[in-house]
Design a protein around this ligand. Structure first.
Ligand SMILES: *Cc1c(COP(=O)(O)O)cnc(C)c1O
Length: 419
């Protein structure tokens, strides 16, 4: 197959090869990224992409659904079992779509939603003014306190003022555990629905390494499937049985047409992997690696938002630590072979294109098999590249990072680094 693609479309083939080499040679520290399983890639590249399956198993618009029904039933059953959910929908095309499904399915246009401020760790899809959702629903925001922790007195105060229909928690750059019981208490006190978007930590919840909002009585939980869960790009909506019909109708026919059945096959494979004992070890190690990485950075005098981490991600204040804007730090680190992303810090005085920080995460290095010793090496390399602030030093660090990466190859049908 690869030979045929190479012969027919060398431009695309070369780009695929280039990307495979880049992923092997660089260390992926972007906390939302991971290396998926070879089995998932195998399921993705299949003839399920040819098939229209609008509807749900047993109730589709077109015929020929024997095998699509089989994989979707497996995927939803595995999702329910893994997360302890009464209902699961696996058709959302990605994270942004899965959150729209919930807003449109459970609320009316104009309803108010209380969600985390973007610069304090919330996500664009939680009603950022630049997202279309902010034109449809009335978002209000809570923030973290000066130490970067969520202040529940403040959340309660805003909830009483706004009387939201939904309280939403979840994050893409909040390095601490969520107090789901705290959010549930606030929501109950004003009669609001509870939603947790656990996109970043879905795999850590599946691996029992961090708390599960469903165990605290949350109404709806959403998660992407491609971050710590290590699956293909997609989104899960997990909910109580009483919301099942509204959620399913909101996905189809409400928001989407035909589901991507090749992705659903691959999601089913990833969920099977996530139920294995090895995945629990992976989740625990992702956390311990983050602790080690954060601890070593702190030893170097680096300033971290909230002073540390409870999960897989670390937010570094690059202005305070290195007198570098996030964008400059990201560029230096990329040259040094460390892939990170610039990140807003709480109440960041700089715009999103520049930022005062970068975000690091351990899901991908942990997938490569790295552990404590390697995290110390990575922290040292990170600090060296940013202290020197010049290209020569970054190039020297890069050589070292490449050696480390060669010892811990990324999984997947990737070519050996020498090919
Ligand atoms: C990544 C993420 C999303 C969006 O996922 P996409 O697949 O990029 O659309 C939504 N919410 C949170 C909290 C995320 O981290």
């Amino acid at each position: 197959m690869r030979d045929r693609l190479q012969e027919y479309d060398p431009e695309i083939f070369d780009a695929i090869l280039g990307e495979e080499r880049r992923q092997q040679a660089e260390l992926e520290l972007i906390p939302s990224e991971n290396y998926t399983y070879p089995e998932v890639l195998a399921a993705l590249g299949t003839v399920f992409t040819n098939k229209y399956s609008e509807g749900y198993p047993g109730n589709r618009y077109y015929g020929g659904q024997t095998y699509t029904d089989a994989i979707e039933r497996l995927a939803t059953a595995r999702a329910r079992d893994l997360f302890g959910a009464e209902h699961a929908n696996v058709q959302a095309l990605s994270g942004a779509a899965m959150n729209q499904v919930v807003y449109y399915g459970l609320l009316e246009p104009g309803d108010s939603i209380l969600a985390m401020d973007l610069s304090h760790g919330g996500h664009l899809t939680h009603g950022s003014p630049v997202s279309h959702m902010a034109r449809v629903f009335d978002f209000h925001r809570y923030k973290a306190d000066a130490k970067g922790r969520i202040d529940f007195d403040e959340v309660q105060r805003i909830a009483e003022e706004v009387r939201p229909k939904m309280v939403l928690c979840g994050h893409s750059s909040y390095p601490r555990d969520m107090d789901y019981a705290g959010f549930k208490r606030v929501a109950d006190s004003v009669g609001a629905l509870t939603m947790a978007d656990v996109s970043h930590i879905g795999g850590l919840i599946a691996g029992n390494a961090v708390p599960n909002p469903l165990e605290h009585g949350f109404d709806v939980v959403t998660t992407t499937t491609h971050k710590s869960l290590r699956g293909p790009r997609g989104g899960l909506v997990l909910c109580k049985a009483e919301f099942a019909k509204r959620i399913d109708k909101s996905v189809f026919p409400g928001l989407q047409g035909g589901p991507h059945m090749h992705t659903i096959a691959a999601i089913a494979v990833a969920l099977k992997k996530a139920a294995e004992p090895e995945f629990r070890e992976y989740a625990a190690r992702t956390l311990s690696n983050a602790q080690t990485l954060a601890g070593r950075l702190i030893e170097h005098g680096v300033e971290l938002v909230t002073g540390g981490t409870d999960n897989h991600l670390i937010v570094v204040n690059t202005i305070a630590s290195f007198e570098l804007q996030g964008r400059e730090a990201q560029q230096l680190l990329e040259r040094a072979g460390l892939a990170t992303n610039k990140q807003l810090i709480p109440d960041d005085p700089l715009p999103a294109q520049r930022t005062s920080g970068v975000r690091l995460g351990t899901p991908a290095p942990t997938t490569r098999g790295m552990g404590d010793a390697e995290m110390v090496t990575v922290a040292d390399a990170f600090v060296r590249a940013l202290r020197a602030k010049d290209d020569e030093a970054a190039d020297a660090v890069r050589a070292e990072v490449q050696q480390l990466c060669a010892r811990f190859p990324a999984p997947g049908p990737l070519l050996p680094a020498s090919a």
